[in-house]
Design a protein around this ligand. Structure first.
Ligand SMILES: [Zn+2]
Ligand SMILES: [Zn+2]
Length: 104
């Protein structure tokens, strides 16, 4: 009889789980690397800023284009689902398309 003993020790000893490698703060122009354990889009400085007052910056009015419907919508969580690992932390498909998805 043979015993299967292959491939089960890969990466053993590297238990770190992260939210994505080197995510940068989503605030325009900010180079701060967001902590790998921080589920938020902004560094601690800008996280506060984006939470407290809305008219701080015109950055909030940046739009992005939906991959599916091609509409430009404000790049915020009202119109886009959050998605880890993307450049701006938002899905490339707008909420409208996501929720009404696959409606043949
Ligand atoms: Zn920042
Ligand atoms: Zn769309």
């Amino acid at each position: 009889m043979t015993t299967a003993t292959c491939g089960s020790t890969i990466l053993y000893g590297r238990p770190l789980r992260t939210y994505g490698k080197g995510r940068v703060c989503a605030h325009n122009g900010c180079d701060t690397i967001v902590s790998l354990y921080n589920p938020l889009k902004y560094c601690s400085l800008h996280e506060k800023l984006h939470r407290s007052s809305i008219d701080v910056d015109s950055i909030l009015f940046t739009t992005k284009e939906c991959l599916l419907c091609g509409c430009d919508k404000l790049a915020n969580s009202d119109f886009w689902d959050a998605e880890e690992g993307t450049a701006d932390g938002l899905s490339d498909v707008c909420r409208e398309c996501t929720s009404g998805a696959v409606a043949a």
